[in-house]
Design a protein around this ligand. Structure first.
Ligand code: ADP
Ligand code: ADP
Length: 226
């Protein structure tokens, strides 16, 4: 099964800058893939389009066979997104953030409460459930972003530079959390500009530069050529 298929994706921003020049790549179900590239390569633009937060200029994206334009409602059920910037309501309580998110996916209140508990516990945030999100440390906010992305239990999790600006200890615990999640069957794609992170975590890699995919292969094949 193909978890994600991106085909000839182009993006020209309103100022005229061509950020994506027709990129194509596929991710198999169960894979852990890195989208690696330098700053400005087009990683966040790609993730933004996959998550329907950024409009594409042309091309197609499908998630587990569902086109994000034609089958939006079905596609969104299968994907969880962890954006780079914190974008939750700073005054909402941590537990409510997860329950509200579950509501967006049509999950009933009882299940929503169970899921909120499950994911807050998994990410070490259960003690913080009644705190407003603005009271959390930077690292806790990162973990809250991940918990929120998982509350509808998507088959595919996409993270944009999840460990940027994170201390070593939290980075290690995020790495092992993601590895565990992947082992349990969640397909994961993350963007990074650290080869070390990609090497540690990922089984396959796509390299993006100046809005183009210049390479897609297994991590093994990639490392053998370095
Ligand atoms: P990356 O995530 O790999 O650092 P981005 O996708 O954020 O790259 O950006 C790709 C290019 O598009 C960069 O040159 C960036 O300056 C440009 N860009 C990103 N967002 C916008 C925007 N809203 N308007 C114009 N240009 C943008
Ligand atoms: P700060 O932003 O102040 O550095 P963090 O939220 O990053 O605080 O981290 C607080 C502590 O919680 C760290 O020691 C971190 O390793 C730990 N931690 C990180 N992830 C988890 C987790 N999944 N479960 C329990 N503890 C965690």
């Amino acid at each position: 099964t193909i978890a994600l298929a991106v085909s000839d994706l182009k993006k020209t921003y309103s100022g005229g800058f061509e950020a994506l020049k027709g990129i194509s790549f596929q991710v198999q179900s169960g894979d852990f893939m890195a989208l690696l590239g330098p700053n400005g390569a087009g990683k966040s633009t790609t993730i933004g389009i996959i998550s329907s937060l950024v409009n594409k200029s042309s091309g197609t994206v499908s998630i587990y066979g569902q086109d994000i334009d034609r089958d939006f409602a079905a596609a969104k059920m299968n994907i969880g997104i962890v954006p780079q910037e914190f974008n939750f309501n700073q005054f909402e309580k941590v537990g409510d953030i997860l329950r509200t998110q579950a509501g967006y996916f049509g999950i009933d209140q009882k299940t929503a409460a169970e899921r909120a508990e499950k994911y807050l516990k998994l990410l070490g945030l259960w003690d913080k459930r009644d705190d407003r999100s603005r009271m959390l440390s930077g690292g806790m906010k990162r973990r809250l972003m991940i918990a929120r992305a998982l509350v509808h239990e998507p088959k595919l999790l996409v993270l944009d530079e999840p460990t940027a600006g994170v201390d070593i200890e939290l980075r290690r615990s995020m790495w092992s959390f993601l590895q565990q999640l992947n082992k349990q069957g969640t397909t994961i794609i993350l963007t990074t500009h650290y080869l070390e992170e990609a090497e540690h975590l990922c089984r396959s890699i796509a390299i993006i530069d100046h809005g183009q995919i210049i390479e897609q292969c297994s991590m093994k094949a990639f490392l053998a050529r370095l």
